[in-house]
Design a protein around this ligand. Sequence first.
Ligand code: MN
Length: 264
Amino acid sequence: MALEEYKRKRRFEDTPEPPPKVEKKSAHRFVVQKHRASHLHYDFRLEKDGVLLSWAVPKGPSLDPADKRLAMQVEDHPVSYYDFEGIIPEGNYGAGTVMVWDVGNWEPLSPVAVNGKYVPGTEKEATEMLQKGDLKFRLKGKRLNGDFALIHMKRRRPGSKGNEWLLIKKHDDSAVEGYNIEEEDSSAISGRTMREIAGDQGSAEWESDRPASKGRTKQAWLAKAVAKMDAKNRAAKTVVKAATGKKAAEKKTRKSTSRVARKK
Ligand code: MN
């Protein structure tokens, strides 16, 4: 394991993220970080061999065994990334807000279930399962608990990166049918919401790509319709007073059009 790719992608004088240090001693912690970068996603990380093995999960992990979550393996992260929460400034790799969504410990499971139940495995088994692309493990977190599998998908086409895995919850007492990760939007270590972590700067950005939340217009479709109407009116150089109603507006438009025609 090394952190070369992690190092290559970042400028540590510009980002508050921890430096690329491989730890000599390794525990078995895990972290899930909610990351509002160019696309909102969750980063799933398992501590192993002095680094955090990392997967970006677009829809986030699920406690519902029916959900097979796409998990793209990304570069290993330093162990000290475990409790990183804050803002990666604009212009940096992964710029955006990071929240520690869940923390806890993981343990390897033995690759073969006995009577449908998995039992704890060894570090060696975990290493082998990872190499084979079928890691079975148990989570003990604040939100995620129970048995999971990370399964490496075969390259579907030549030239694909080969970094696609599936994160799947096993059937056990911790399984939750219809699990919805969106319902829990607070940090597992600070209790803050994404907006609180983002602070003023972040919330301004948050608002800027949501025109519907500006001013008094709350509904997106309404804001769009109003904007369209404004543009139309500007183009026709016609002032339409809301109170005049549709017919009056049409009349006025006709009038102004005929005026333009007369001028020609
Ligand atoms: Mn990320």
